[in-house]
Design a binder for this molecule. Structure first.
Ligand code: C5P
Length: 319
């Protein structure tokens, strides 16, 4: 059976990846750049429903609120939005779309379906213009990594991609989630452009994710995986799925678990081929996907043909 078929069934391990990706994963494990010291147990064998409830109970979407050092001393309470992310929409959203940037979404004709959702989440610099038929044109929220804010090629200040949407930024912090250490040495310095953008656009909701939230997700992925996962933060895609599960009644995730259209094309908007984009090298992406597959409530046929997974929102299920 093909790798893709096994992934749809949730029946894969890293041993089935190509040698280059296996080597990359090993190297990340031995480097342990973020100083991960996992204290939990691996391989707890939760069912999809139990895993959902574990996530619902433990996951707390936390953003920098300016109340902790060093941000408190630096006057960040005045820089961050007055309304927290969780309170922006008092009743949350009904149904939500999470649109992954995978090449496999090309020629999907999913655009109308995606736009029919109440809210649409996209990632980093993924465009809609020119790709409407396949990815839609509605964007409610964008999750951006710290490279988007700091790399001039992304034109963060001018590009329309980052206007009129809720922005949520993140940067890999040490596993200790020590904010002082992180502030002094972020992966990419997102703090300066963040404050500048807030000053210029005080009415745009724009948040920075708290490292505790990101590493809490990592802990849960590791606890529910038999193998040792890469000691690096989960991908933006996984982070986004969890944010939408906490804000929406239902979450439709497109081309995270790949459809039959899957190739090594990394992004739908770029001619760059690398299997790592879909299966992970730096991020524990394969393991994230296995957890999401386990919780899928959608039809198997939608998974094959649309690359679509349906997850309930946290409010929608009693645990
Ligand atoms: O590459 P980028 O991080 O901007 O893509 C957004 C998210 O989409 C990734 O974090 C990953 O979760 C997902 N993705 C994927 N397969 C790809 C490309 C992206 O699952 N080929």
């Amino acid at each position: 059976k093909s790798f893709l078929y096994k992934l749809w069934k949730g029946d894969v391990s890293s041993k089935m990846l190509n040698p280059r990706l296996q080597k990359a994963m090993k190297d990340y494990l031995s480097t342990n750049k973020h100083g991960v010291r996992f204290k939990g147990k691996r391989n707890s064998k939760l069912t999809g429903d139990q895993l959902f409830c574990e996530l619902k109970e433990r996951v707390n979407v936390k953003t920098i609120d300016g109340k902790e050092a060093p941000f408190s001393t630096l006057g960040w309470e005045k820089h961050v939005p007055q309304i927290p992310l969780g309170k922006l929409y008092t009743h949350g959203f009904g149904s939500c779309a999470v649109v992954m940037s995978a090449g496999a979404i090309l020629n999907s004709s999913l655009g109308d379906e995606i736009d029919s959702h109440d809210a649409v989440l996209r990632f980093n610099s993924a465009p809609t213009r020119g790709y409407e038929k396949d990815v839609g044109n509605k964007t409610t929220m964008r999750i951006i990594n710290s490279q988007i804010l700091t790399n001039p090629n992304h034109h963060f200040v001018d590009s329309s991609l980052y206007k009129d949407v809720i922005l949520v930024a993140w940067d890999p912090a040490p596993y200790s989630a020590n904010l002082n250490v992180w502030y002094k040495k972020p992966d990419y310095n997102l703090f300066t452009p963040y404050v500048q953008h807030r000053r210029k656009n005080p009415n745009q909701p724009f948040y920075i994710l708290h490292p505790k939230f990101i590493w809490q997700l990592w802990d849960i992925i590791q606890e529910n995986t038999k193998e040792k996962i890469q000691p690096n933060p989960p991908s933006s895609g996984f982070i986004g799925i969890l944010i939408m599960m906490s804000m929406c009644n239902e979450v439709h995730v497109y081309e995270y678990i790949p459809s039959v259209r899957q190739t090594d094309l990394c992004h739908y908007h770029e001619l760059y081929y690398d299997a790592a984009c879909t299966l992970g090298a730096y991020h524990p992406l394969l393991y994230e996907k296995l957890l999401v597959q386990r919780m899928n409530k959608g039809l198997q046929d939608d998974l094959y043909r649309k690359g679509k997974v349906i997850l309930p929102g946290f409010k929608s299920v009693k645990c």
